[in-house]
Design a protein around this ligand. Structure first.
Ligand SMILES: Nc1ncnc2c1ncn2[C@@H]1O[C@H](COP(=O)(O)OP(=O)(O)OP(=O)(O)O)[C@@H](O)[C@H]1O
Ligand SMILES: [Mg+2]
Length: 395
């Protein structure tokens, strides 16, 4: 794909000139060149997705600037090059303002200049495509490799996750510490059609209370002491994508009321601002608390609780996942070997039995650190029982 053809449209009414351009550019194998004698024809063929368009300033049916605007509106990824017979500064400025990548004066060396310009753009396109391919691969990778587990309890979670991923429903993920709530939140995003947009994670327990509102909603300049400039909040950052509100139970009551409003209206106001900003966001929340208890204790709004419960994913504790303990241990073991470029150790049967017997108060996170510690402690090519060290409490 990186070496695939580059489709070029030439919009030029001067027959002599368009023939000259075409015959020159046709010599480059990668270029797939089409000529249009007027703007209307070219616009009607934009669905063919040209990569680059050269636009002549004076055309029989419309001005080059008009075409330029239409092209930009149709698809801002198309790269326009503006060509003109005259050297009028207003035209040059206007062309650049309307998104032309380059401006070429039709003088003696115009064809050469165009060739150079096309070479540069083609190289940029190649790099851009390469990056996109890598990103797609990363997305595919994130999608299939990050949730490890074959137990019925995890199958249930994965099935639910896949069902709800591509909807805009608000999802609440609950479960003990270290069970993989964030892993599921990530998977929800990367299995949705929002995957190319931001995934913004905010830990409600980690932000000081007096900063949290501005962190989430942003603020206008001068809205409070210290707000010397405007700030975009996390919700706005997540526009088009997903916001993950981790440790939602830590959210202060007054902020809960504001969050409820965001959920209902899908819009926010910056702190100190009066403008309503509409957002297209998917909200995922997580907690290791029993929210119903927080409601009873008067620490969590009941209305928000019901709103969040709309779609609930409960993460099973590791001790209820049976053989997943071994599958995960092997996974972390091989990840560690890959990351450190060291040979992978074997897990002895006896060590595996000990892992299966442990109750894992710190769940998957604890398992990961026990495995990594064992690898470091081991002084041969195996993980044995004496290499396994458990901490007394959840980590
Ligand atoms: N099913 C899984 N497959 C692979 N790795 C996992 C899985 N579940 C959890 N992990 C890993 O375990 C660690 C803890 O997971 P995560 O941070 O998602 O837990 P959590 O439920 O959000 O914990 P906490 O409540 O403490 O925030 C991470 O390193 C994560 O990558
Ligand atoms: Mg977490």
């Amino acid at each position: 794909m990186t070496d695939s053809a580059i489709k070029i449209f030439i919009i030029e009414d001067d027959m002599f000139y368009s023939k000259l351009l075409k015959s020159t550019l046709d010599k480059v194998d990668r270029y797939d060149v089409r000529v249009f004698g007027n703007g209307t024809d070219a616009i009607q063929h934009l669905y063919e997705k040209p990569d680059i368009i050269t636009i002549d300033h004076n055309l029989p049916d419309m001005s080059g600037i008009e075409i330029l605007r239409k092209v930009r509106e149709y698809d801002p990824n198309i790269v326009p090059i503006y060509m003109s017979g005259q050297d009028e500064i207003q035209v040059v400025v206007q062309a650049y303002k309307d998104g032309a990548k380059d401006y070429i004066m039709k003088e003696e060396n115009a064809v050469l200049l165009l060739q150079k310009s096309l070479e540069n753009i083609a190289e940029n396109l190649r790099l851009k495509r390469e990056i996109e391919e890598l990103r797609d691969k990363a997305i595919e990778y994130g999608k299939y490799s990050s949730i490890i587990g074959e137990s019925p309890a995890m199958h249930k979670v994965i099935r639910l996750m896949e069902k709800v991923a591509n909807t805009d429903l608000t999802v609440l993920i609950t479960g003990e510490s270290g069970t993989g709530k964030e892993v599921i939140a990530n998977a929800l995003h990367y299995n949705s059609n929002r995957k190319r947009k931001p995934f913004v994670a905010v830990n409600m327990g980690a932000i000081p209370i007096d900063l949290v509102e501005s962190e989430l909603f942003g603020h206008e300049r001068g809205s409070f002491t210290g707000a010397s400039s405007k700030r975009i909040g996390r919700f706005e950052e997540a526009d088009g994508g997903t916001i993950f509100l981790d440790e939602i139970a830590e959210m202060d009551m007054s902020l809960q009321a504001k969050l409820l409003r965001v959920l209902q209206e899908k819009s926010i106001q910056r702190v100190g601002g009066s403008k309503t900003i509409n957002l297209d966001i998917r909200i995922i929340a997580a907690t290791n608390k029993i929210l119903a208890d927080s409601v009873k204790e008067g620490k969590f709004r009941e209305d928000l609780y019901y709103r969040l419960q709309g779609f609930l994913i409960k993460m099973p504790p590791l001790r209820e996942r049976g053989n997943d303990i071994i599958i995960l241990a092997n996974y972390f073991k091989s990840q560690y070997a890959k990351n450190t470029r060291q040979p992978e150790l074997a897990l002895t049967g006896e060590a595996a039995r000990i892992l299966m017997q442990h109750t894992w108060p710190g769940n998957v996170r604890e398992l990961k650190s026990v495995v990594e510690r064992a690898i470091i402690i081991s002084d041969n090519d195996k993980i044995e029982t004496e290499d396994l060290i458990f901490s007394d409490s959840a980590m």
